[in-house]
Every structure is written in C-alpha cells, then in structure tokens.
Design a protein around this ligand. Structure first.
Ligand code: 0PR
Length: 378
C-alpha cells in the first residue's frame, strides 16, 4: 500500500481498466454463473454491510434468510426443511458431509467413508482432505448417471453416507436419486443430493424427475441461488430434512448477539441473502420457469445446430448443459480455436467432449453465432 491515498477519479479509472480486462458473460459458455437479476443487485447493494455471522444485529436480514430456506425447502419438497445460506456449493457440500461425519464421530466411529459418483464436483476432494474421510468413487452407466450397483458394492461397515448429483457439473446429468434413496433407506445411510446447479433447474423442466425431499431417503440437499437462481455471489442453500443434522454443525459463540453458529464461515454476507430473497420473491416459480424454459429452448437449438454439422451430444441434454462429442484428439484444438474467436468453452474429462453451459446470458443470436464459428473451426 502507498503512504498516501489516490484521488477518487484515479481509483475510478483504475477500476474501469480492471473491469475492461475482465470478460463479459455474453460469449462465455463455460460458466455456471451469470449476470444476477437487476432486483438481486438492488437488494445486494442495500444490504452490503449486513453480516449474518452476528445475526442478532441484523434481524431483518435473518428473517430473509429464514424465508429463503422455507421457500427453497418448499420448492424441493419439504417446507419445514432447515438450513442456512452458505457461500455456495463447496461450503454446502463440506457442511452436509461434516454434519453426518460429526454425528458418527460422536457415536464413536472412526475411519469413515462416503460414496460419491465419479462425476462428483472436485469439492469432494477437498472434503476428503478437510474432514479426513475416505471419498470412494462409484462408476457410471452409459448415460453418465451413477451406477447404483457400483454404489452398493462400495458400501462397507465404515460407510456413513451416499451422495447423488442432480445436475452434474460436466454433463448436467441427474443421478437415479430414487434408487439411491431406496438404497440409503435400506442400509440406514445419510443421503446427500448435490443440486448446486440443478436445484433451480429441475423443478422447472417439462419432464419430471424425482430428486428431492419428496423421496423419503433424501437427508440433505444443496441448491445454489448464485448459479441458476439469478442471485448474486456468494449464495448457496444448504437444507436438511431433520434439524438434528443441522445441530451437528452448531458451535457456541459466547460473545456474539446469537448464542450459536452453524455456518463454516464466521462473517457472512447478508447482501447475497437479501439478493436471493428479493429475486425469488420477484420472479416467483413462474419467472424461474420462464428462464429455465428459454435456456432449454436454446439448448435444443444448439443441439440441432450441432446435429446439422454432424456433431451429436454425448448424452441427450437433460438440462442446459451440452457436451458435444468431437473426436478426442480434436477437442482441445477446437476449444482453443474457439477461444481465439473470443468464446469461452470447457472440456470434460471422461469422455472428453466440448462442454457448453447455456446460461440465461445466452440468447438465440449468440447460439447461431457460436454455431457458425464452430462450423468453421472444427
Ligand atoms: N456442486 C456442483 C454440482 C457444481 O457444479 C459446483 C460448481 C459445486 C458443487 C461447487 O459450487 P461452488 O463453485 O459454488 O462452490 N460448478 C461449477 C464448476 O466448478 C462452478 C463454476 C461457476 C465454474 C462458474 C466456473 C465458472 O465460471 O465448474
């Protein structure tokens, strides 16, 4: 830091310069984030100083948090679910598994493991490290859903929980949560559904998928408002069916205005909570459904354009994620050639494919412009 501060104008121009270096979302097809809705931005700005880490000082924000948990719980099949607003999918994943780990540790269990699909987000590798548990990876079926037989084979007497993904990061696939729920019930295991991406998509799709608390074996769900919920970063929702699991995360906070805390972080943005509250209230289910509907229409359009040039998707898209099946040796070259044309795409691991996420910042013109460039560089 310099000894003397700079003028406001100088700072503004510095900020402008940095803003210009950042990419605008409109040609980004690799991200699960998007521009937050205008009403979310308005609410975020209004509650910038609000800290849910000491929520007794901000009872208005706390009320909004409780209301969001109730709204999202109802959306996901359990109006009386309990939980809190986290910083996003990674924190929610850590905390969901930490809750069951703590429960089992209290009961005297050691050397625990959980079983996740091979497609699980890399945050589960962090979980293995932070929580000192073994994270076993179950194999997939041909449609890139977790193979429930493989999950069952991996269960042993040290297994404390199963994880299913409703909206996989790379392929947007939904695991057979109903079968996992039955297995979890039969084996008396905790079942966590990572719906960080799918939580605000699946309820609004034309097809029906069982993936939420309406399945009695589902113990906890994560769904991120800062992905398809149109809110600001950082906003994730962690929900438990039973309060007793949330209680496993309780830490006494002697000198704060509240006696306890459940979150992983201490100081915690009330702004993103206000943003989430505002945008969910503003859009309602109808508004979210419209957004998802448009993303799905454009997803189908992109698949059509691909098919016209002889490129098919690895799986028929279930949600607004498309993985285009190019010859393995070609994928990186095509991704790089697209990058030269200012598109941002990503490449999946297994199978290797060109991954495109059709977020709400993508419009029809953009899909066509992208398809034309793809046709030229492939
Ligand atoms: N669970 C699933 C299924 C996810 O897809 C993700 C993130 C997480 C958990 C973790 O969520 P947080 O990143 O909120 O902690 N999925 C994207 C990914 O890692 C996130 C992302 C978003 C990546 C924007 C890039 C980007 O530009 O690919």
């Amino acid at each position: 830091m310099e000894e003397r501060g700079m003028s406001r104008e100088a700072i503004e121009s510095l900020l402008q310069e940095k803003k210009l270096a950042d990419l605008a979302y409109h040609r980004i097809l690799s991200s699960m984030c998007t521009y937050p809705h205008e009403i979310a931005v308005y609410a975020h700005m209004m509650f910038l100083e609000s800290n849910l880490g000491d929520s007794g000082l901000f009872p208005g924000t706390k009320e909004m948090e409780d209301k969001v948990i109730q709204m999202v719980g109802a959306l996901l099949g359990a109006e009386d679910a309990c939980g809190y607003i986290s910083t996003g999918g990674t924190e929610s994943n850590i905390q969901a598994i930490r809750a069951v780990r703590n429960r089992k540790k209290r009961e005297g269990m050691r050397d625990m493991n959980i079983i996740v699909p091979e497609t699980a987000h890399f945050s589960f590798d962090k979980i293995a490290d932070i929580l000192s548990i073994d994270v076993k990876k179950a194999s997939l079926d041909e449609e890139l859903r977790v193979d429930v037989n493989s999950v069952e084979e991996l269960i042993d007497d040290r297994t404390i929980g199963l994880v299913g993904i409703a909206g996989t990061t790379e392929f947007g696939q939904i695991d057979p949560i109903k079968e996992l729920s039955e297995l979890a019930t039969e084996k008396d295991l905790f079942l966590f559904v990572d719906a960080a991406f799918g939580g605000f998509v699946i309820p609004f799709l034309e097809a029906h998928y069982d993936f939420d608390f309406s399945l009695s074996g589902v113990s906890a769900i994560s769904a991120d408002p800062h992905k398809m919920g149109m809110s600001t970063i950082p906003a994730g929702c962690l929900l438990f069916r039973e309060k007793s699991y949330l209680e496993e995360l309780r830490v006494p906070t002697p000198y704060l205005t509240t006696k306890e805390q459940y979150s992983l972080t201490g100081t915690r943005s009330g702004a993103a909570t206000a943003a989430t509250y505002a945008v969910l209230k503003y859009l309602g289910r109808e508004g979210l459904k419209k957004i998802v509907g448009e993303c799905m229409r454009l997803t189908r359009l992109l698949v059509e354009r691909g098919t016209e040039m002889g490129i098919s998707p690895v799986i028929e898209p279930v949600m607004n994620v498309v993985a285009l099946d190019l010859p393995e040796a070609e994928v990186e070259r095509v991704a790089n050639a697209l990058a030269k044309r200012k598109w941002r795409v990503s490449v999946t691991r297994k199978p290797k494919a060109l991954r495109l996420v059709i977020m709400p910042h993508i419009d029809e013109e953009t899909v066509h412009a992208f398809a034309e460039d793809l046709k030229e560089v492939r």
